[in-house]
Design a protein around this ligand. Structure first.
Ligand SMILES: Cc1cc2nc3c(=O)[nH]c(=O)nc-3n(C[C@H](O)[C@H](O)[C@H](O)COP(=O)(O)OP(=O)(O)OC[C@H]3O[C@@H](n4cnc5c(N)ncnc54)[C@H](O)[C@@H]3O)c2cc1C
Length: 440
């Protein structure tokens, strides 16, 4: 089919062009996870510059072939994979920290690279956990992480972005220039309005943080869930602890509360209270404070195990009723042997919720926690567990954890911001050059 669409990229396209018969094509086309892994793009255009991106978009416009934009390739719904033109921006790798504390980041930069560069200058960002996750993909959908209760979402630190629009024009947007696009990019920008080529973010001083881990050895897991739900979203902002319940059919449930804190002594007392309230015999470890970046990498990335698995999630604004928690725990270990399953409760509140729902496109500012159900791709438990919790949720979903099975995706991702986002979409991408299932 590519023969019918001879590549008419301008001579100044400086990137790499990979078609199906070329060496390197297969590794270039593959996303990180299994979602979208079967897609075979007609061509992968690996861009190295803003001009390359404009040329790639011109080719997509001229041929009418569908396109997808890829940064780090981690999308859980396979939205950065396509059978058409794959515009890969991973070659835009610059990181430039200014004296004013803002950092300009190319769209191909991964979290690990960014954390490392900032750490060497005593700075950091509230951002996610996966070292290979693309910074642009993370920021454009929000950006939840261990410093989020203290400093907000990664997208709350965005001060400007450079974007190549559908017509090939290049714009810099911020609070004053193209403010509606700038608003929309903060939470709804992934693959929707244009290709972002760089982002300017306001960094924070890197704090000293202590890694804290509470492993529950006995007691009733349901009581730990109840105590965590009642207290973690209201804890002091510097205490960020996720509750993780892992289980396998035929085995017990492992219960761990872990995260980081700036004030180690206060976090230790808080965790001891949590264990006491839940009647759990527990092992508590509070490490010595170290620069945040080091504390962060000391823990395993909880989402690495999604790999070949599936993740479904929702936000919750109130605690789950006790009988639902009991049923969720029973379900975690029921069914066929051999399936590793995980429920993760991530606390919101704090700085996340001090930004209004309409201040950025990221609408989820009144939630208490996010609940993830992670299991093997073929395990019906993921849907059964999600369905059990769903009636008690806010029916809202984090845009960076897209879920192809949602009944009302626009409502789930954008809530009351949907109408305004539809107007932004119409003004910046009227021909819907950028699109995927569930896009605006
Ligand atoms: C192992 C793992 C750990 C994770 N940890 C966290 C975490 O701690 N916190 C958190 O909030 N999220 C986390 N996530 C979710 C992550 O934020 C999203 O998957 C994010 O969208 C990944 O971005 P990417 O660039 O790697 O992926 P991609 O698949 O390349 O892109 C994701 C989406 O953004 C679009 N996009 C990418 N780059 C651009 C661009 N330059 N311009 C326009 N659109 C673009 C793509 O088209 C696609 O729709 C994790 C995911 C994984 C797999």
């Amino acid at each position: 089919m590519i023969d019918r669409y001879p590549l008419r990229l301008p001579g100044d396209f400086d990137g790499e062009v990979l078609t199906r018969d070329q060496a390197g094509y297969d590794s270039a086309r593959r996303p990180v996870g299994s979602a979208g892994a079967a897609r075979r793009p007609l061509v992968v255009l690996r861009c190295r510059s803003v001009r390359d991106v404009a040329a790639a978009l011109g080719y997509a416009r001229d041929t009418g072939i569908a396109l997808a934009v890829r940064g780090g390739g981690h999308c859980f719904a396979g939205r950065s994979s396509t059978d058409g033109i794959l515009i890969d921006v991973s070659g835009l790798r610059g990181v430039d920290l200014s004296d004013d504390g803002t950092v300009t980041v190319g769209a191909g930069v991964r979290l690990g690279q960014l954390y490392g560069a900032l750490h060497s200058r005593g700075r950091t960002l509230p951002a996610g956990c996966g070292a290979t996750v693309g910074v642009a993909g993370l920021v454009l959908g929000g950006g939840i992480g261990l410093l989020g209760r203290l400093h907000g979402l990664t997208c709350d630190r965005l001060v400007a972005a450079t974007v190549v629009l559908a017509d090939g024009s290049v714009i810099d947007c911020d609070e004053h220039r193209d403010p509606e696009l700038f608003w929309a990019l903060r939470g709804a920008g992934g693959g929707q309005f244009g290709v972002v080529t760089s982002l300017r973010l306001a960094t924070v001083t890197e704090p000293l943080t202590a890694r804290v881990v509470l492993t529950c050895l006995d007691g009733d897991p349901a009581r730990v869930v109840a105590s965590w739900q009642a207290s973690a979203p209201d804890a002091p902002d510097d205490i960020s602890t996720a509750l993780e319940l892992t289980g396998e059919p035929g085995r017990g449930v492992r219960v761990v509360v872990s995260g980081i804190a700036v004030d180690a002594a206060r976090a230790g007392a808080w965790l001891r209270d949590l264990a006491r309230d839940s009647g759990a015999g527990a092992r508590l470890s509070v490490a010595d404070p170290v620069p945040f970046t080091l504390a962060k990498w000391a823990s395993a990335d909880p989402r690495q195990d999604v790999g070949d698995g599936r993740l479904r999630s929702e936000y919750f604004a109130r605690p789950l009723p006790p009988d639902v928690v009991t049923d969720l725990l029973a379900l975690l270990t029921s069914g066929d042997a051999g399936h590793h399953r995980r429920l993760t409760f991530t606390p919101m509140g704090g700085a996340y919720n001090r930004v209004g729902p309409a201040d950025t496109a990221f609408v989820h500012r009144r939630e208490r926690y996010l609940l993830e159900h992670v299991g093997h791709r073929g395990d019906p438990w993921v849907d059964a567990s999600w369905t059990l919790a769903h009636p008690h949720s806010s029916h809202r979903v984090y845009p960076n954890f897209p879920d192809p099975l949602l009944d009302r995706p626009a409502d789930a991702y954008w809530g009351t911001n949907h109408a305004r986002l539809a107007v932004v979409k119409q003004s910046y991408d009227p021909q819907h050059l950028f699109g995927f299932p569930q896009s605006l």
